[in-house]
Design a protein around this ligand. Structure first.
Ligand code: RIB
Ligand code: CA
Length: 315
C-alpha cells in the first residue's frame, strides 16, 4: 500500500529533487505540498513548487502556501546557496496553476485529522508551519502517522553556523515546539546527508537522457555544486531533502538510534544547535529516531534510477 504524504518544503534546489523523487516513486502518494519561507521567500517557493509540478506534469498535486516568516526570528533566506529564485540556474516557465486558498497549516490539520493514522509528514524546510499546526490543533500529534524531518546536526558541524543546520537555525523556536510535541519523529540530520553527495559523474549519467527533467536537474545542481565548492570545498552537492524523502519508503538506507534530542533556543552562539543526550544525563525518554548511519550509494542508486525513469519519454 502506498504511503500518503504531505511535503512541507522551501524549494530550494534539493527540495525540488525530493519532489521529483516522490513523483517517481509508486511507494508514495503526494496528497499535498505546503510551502514555507526558507531557501527563498514564501511567494517565491510557492511559485517554484507550482513550476516544478508542471515540469513533472503533475499539476494535479495541490500546493498550499504556508507561513511568511519564522515564529520569532527574522527571515533568513539563502540566495548564496540556492540562487535568487531558489532554483539555481534553472529557468522554469511561470506556472499556469495557482496555490489553493487554504493556508498550509490549516490543510495539514484538516488532512491529518480526517485521515487519522494514515498521513506521513515529510518536513524538508524550517518547521514553522508544523509548529503552528500543533499549536492550532494539538490533536494532530496523535493523529499523524509519522513525521520525517530533514534538519539538525548531532555530531556533525553546522552548515549555517558552526553549530546549527539551516532548517533548525532559521526557525529554532518552531523546531523546539515540534521536537517537544510527542509526534512520532524520524530525524535526518547532516550527520547522514553530508555522506550523500550528488557528483558530476551522477549528473553525467542522468544527462544521457535528453529531457526537460534532466536539464532542470543539471541547471539547478550546477549552481548548488558551485556553492558547495566555494563555501565547503565539497566536490558535488549535498542532496539532503531527497535523502529524507527516500527514508519514507526505504528506511534501510540508514541506521537509527532512539534518542532524546533538543534544540537550543537561547540567544547566543548555540542558537538552532541540535544535540542528543547520548548518555541520558537528563533521564528523559527518547523523543525521536535519529538516522546516524547511512549507505550512501544505496540511496544514490535509488535516486538516479528513479530520475532516469521519470525523465525517459512517455514515462
Ligand atoms: O540544511 C539543509 C536544509 O536547509 C535543506 O532542507 C535545504 O533545502 C535547506 O532547506
Ligand atoms: Ca529544504
Amino acid at each position: 500500500m502506498p504511503k500518503h504524504i504531505i511535503i512541507d518544503t522551501d524549494p530550494g534546489i534539493d527540495d525540488s529533487l525530493a519532489f521529483l523523487l516522490a513523483l517517481a516513486s509508486p511507494e508514495v502518494i503526494v496528497d499535498g505540498i505546503v510551502t514555507i519561507h526558507g531557501n527563498a521567500s514564501t511567494t517565491q517557493v510557492t511559485t517554484n513548487a507550482l513550476s516544478i509540478l508542471e515540469l513533472a506534469k503533475r499539476s494535479d498535486v495541490p500546493v498550499y502556501r504556508g507561513c511568511e516568516l519564522p515564529l520569532v526570528q527574522p527571515s533568513m533566506l539563502s540566495p548564496e546557496t540556492h540562487g535568487n529564485t531558489g532554483l539555481g540556474y534553472a529557468q522554469l516557465p511561470a506556472p499556469q496553476s495557482q496555490a489553493q486558498a487554504q493556508h498550509g497549516s490549516d490543510f495539514m490539520i484538516e488532512h491529518i485529522m480526517s485521515h487519522p493514522g494514515e498521513i506521513t509528514l515529510v518536513c524538508i524546510g524550517p518547521l514553522t508551519n508544523v509548529a503552528l499546526a500543533i499549536r492550532k490543533e494539538p490533536r494532530i500529534v496523535q493523529a499523524v502517522k509519522e513525521v520525517f524531518i530533514m534538519g539538525g546536526a548531532i555530531r556533525h558541524q553546522g552548515n549555517t553556523t558552526p553549530l546549527a543546520e539551516y532548517n533548525t537555525y532559521v526557525d529554532p523556536h518552531a523546531a523546539h515546539i515540534v521536537f517537544h510535541s510527542g509526534m512520532p519523529m524520524i530525524l535526518t540530520p547532516l550527520d547522514v546527508t553530508y555522506q550523500c553527495i550528488f557528483t558530476t559523474d551522477d549528473l553525467s549519467r542522468l544527462q544521457k537522457i535528453d529531457s526537460p527533467i534532466t536539464k532542470f536537474i543539471a541547471d539547478s545542481t550546477r549552481f548548488y555544486m558551485e556553492f558547495h565548492d566555494e563555501y565547503q570545498k565539497i566536490d558535488g552537492c549535498v542532496i539532503n531533502d531527497p535523502m529524507t524523502l527516500a527514508l519514507t519508503f526505504m528506511p534501510e538506507i540508514c541506521d537509527y538510534e532512539n534518542l532524546y534530542v533538543d534544540v537550543d533556543i537561547s540567544a547566543g552562539v548555540g542558537l538552532g544547535n541540535t544535540f542528543a543526550d547520548f548518555y541520558n544525563y537528563d533521564k528523559k525518554s527518547p523523543n525521536m529516531k535519529v538516522a546516524l548511519g547511512v549507505r550512501p550509494r544505496m540511496f544514490m542508486e535509488l535516486f538516479l534510477e528513479r530520475m532516469e525513469k521519470l525523465a525517459k519519454p512517455n514515462s
